[in-house]
Write a protein that binds this ligand. Structure first.
Ligand code: PTJ
Length: 260
């Protein structure tokens, strides 16, 4: 592993990149996961590598929806396994929600490795090794799902999703929660709730919020879910990006002066 000095201004971002590289080396993350990570890093930079207020609000709604759910499921791919395996297992245990490995660039070997990796963190139920039904509207490998998992779930948490599956799951009447740093992506636009944040910040936040929401009444949770507007949420995320870019732009002459 590359030795990244702790005082590097972008230490956390570089460490996250390292986790993805390690994921590829372990065989749990696909090679294209590196490209997805690069795209994510670019958007995270635009957000100022911080959890913006609209992402906190979306996280609160996601937590409420997950606690309200009758049969929640957490979908796992190669990037999320590499970045937040421990948190995925923790959330799954807190909610009594199975994890289901569902890959875009699918190989049976990688599915198996991810399952074993999640089990090494104490996962109690990991589906995905033997999908037993298909999502009719999908043509990618992601269409093969487990009946007791994604197929029958009422709420599906699908961090780092591809737009097609998100749309298909919505058409099936499910509440779809995604985490995507790109507020312009099809995934973000078609989700019920999109948390525009880095998964490494979003997951610990969701866990904390689920813990808090577990003690609340159904009507309180339902009010949070009903009051959420994903379109407004994405507009607010874009607003944060504009604001941050403006601030960075204004700082530019000072940075250039310093550098001279
Ligand atoms: O393991 P597999 O085969 O299922 O493949 C997983 C990836 C992520 C490679 C696959 O689904 C894919 O190619 O995804 P995309 O279409 O590149 O989309 C990934 C989205 O996630 C992009 O919009 C990125 O901005 C976003 N993203 C990347 N890293 C993060 C992220 N969002 C939140 N947190 C991140 N760390």
């Amino acid at each position: 592993m590359t030795d990244i000095p702790k005082d590097h201004p972008r230490y956390l971002s570089l460490m996250t990149r390292e986790l993805i590289i390690q994921g590829v080396e372990k065989g749990i993350t696909g090679i294209t996961g590196l490209i997805a990570q690069g795209r994510g890093e670019a958007f995270d930079y635009l957000l100022g590598e911080q959890t913006i207020p609209s992402a906190s609000e979306a996280g609160r709604t996601a937590a409420a929806a997950l606690v309200l759910a009758k049969s929640p499921v957490i979908s796992v791919n190669g990037n999320t396994a590499a970045l937040v395996a421990e948190e995925l297992v923790k959330l799954s245990t807190m909610l009594g929600a199975p994890l289901e490995v569902n890959l875009f660039y699918k190989t049976q070997e990688r599915v198996q490795k991810i399952i074993e990796y999640l089990q090494s963190y104490g996962a109690y139920e990991v589906l995905g090794a033997r999908p037993d039904c298909d999502i009719a509207e999908l043509s990618s490998e992601r269409k093969h799902v487990c009946k007791q998992g994604i197929f029958l779930a009422d709420v599906v948490c699908v961090p780092l999703e591809d737009g097609d599956r998100c749309e298909a799951l919505r058409k099936m009447g499910k509440t779809v929660i995604v985490v995507d740093l790109n507020p312009l992506s099809r995934t973000a636009q078609s989700a019920s709730v999109c948390i525009v944040d880095n998964i490494v910040r979003a997951m610990p936040n969701i866990i904390e919020l689920v813990d808090e929401m577990k003690g609340k009444s159904t009507s309180y949770l339902q009010e949070i879910v009903d009051g959420f507007d994903n379109k407004q949420n994405l507009d607010d995320a874009m607003g944060s990006i504009y604001k941050n870019l403006k601030m960075k732009h204004h700082q530019l002459p000072n940075i250039q002066k310093k550098e001279k």
